[in-house]
Structures are given as structure tokens and as C-alpha cells.
Design a protein around this ligand. Sequence first.
Ligand SMILES: [Zn+2]
Ligand SMILES: [Zn+2]
Length: 171
Amino acid sequence: MALEGIHSYNSRIVAYRNDFCLSCEAPRRADQIRSLKAYRILYIPVLPLGFWREWQCSECGRDPHRYPGTSRQHVWVAVAFLGACAIVGIRESFEKQDFTTVWLMRLGLPAVFFIALWFALRNKPDRALAEKLAKISPDEDTACAMCQGQLMLADAWRCSQCNVERKALPR
Ligand SMILES: [Zn+2]
Ligand SMILES: [Zn+2]
């Protein structure tokens, strides 16, 4: 057991869709999990990180669009580094600097950080995966995959029993 790390609380399935899992190398149903994430030390949550929604393969429980054996940790390390640079840059900009440098530090560095954050969150599938995803047909069943309840179309296809939403892959 790790003494510190990010932990999910109150995890529940809020949606599902037909998907392709790179770990199973097969078409799978993916579940979208909503959870409250917090950084914890010695089982005590010390830093709440807000609510997150993540897709998980219903068979293997992994992120269906992540290649097995790869980790996206380096991506987040880079984003955190750029965030730290932006903070330092803004703080330094209040020291005596010439006009251009000040605005480059106040706007340029945060902009780089937000662009990196946007790419990290977007995590666009590569071409091989995109081709596989194109072959996945959306779930058309009007019975809920979770509880067999009746799906109702309102703002989205939603189960009348368990309130889970049936989604399709983004096109
Ligand atoms: Zn899987
Ligand atoms: Zn249901």
C-alpha cells in the first residue's frame, strides 16, 4: 500500500458506451466513472482535487484508450513543470523588468501552461486507435447495460431506473 498518492472517493458509474479497449485489444463496453479525487498521505485526504470523470474498460478496468505498458505520468510532470514556471514568471514580473519581458512573463508563460494542459486533457487518439474506433458502432439498445432498465431520451439517453447515461464515442 502506498503511503501517499491520489485516491478516488465515491466512485460511481454515470455513463457507458461501446468502445475499443487497447489493453483487451477488442471492442468493449466502457464505463464512465465519476469520483471525487484527493491527494492523501497516510490514508488522510489532504488536498481535494475535485470531481473527475474517467472512462474505464468494463472488462479489465483500465483506460480503454491507453496503450498497455505506457504511463501518462510524464505528461502530467511536464504540465506541472510549466505551471510552476508560469507562477515563478508572474512573481518575477513584479521585479524590475522592461515592458516586453513583463507581459511575456504574465501572459506568455501562463498561455504555454494552458495550451499544454489542454493537450494533456484532450489526449486525442492516435491514427491506429482512431481507425479502430471508427469501426465501433454505437450502442442502440434501449435496455440499460447496467440494470436492464428502460432507457429514455431526454437531454440524452438515460436509464429510467439507475439514471446512467448511454453515450456514443465522440466523432
Ligand atoms: Zn479492457
Ligand atoms: Zn440502468
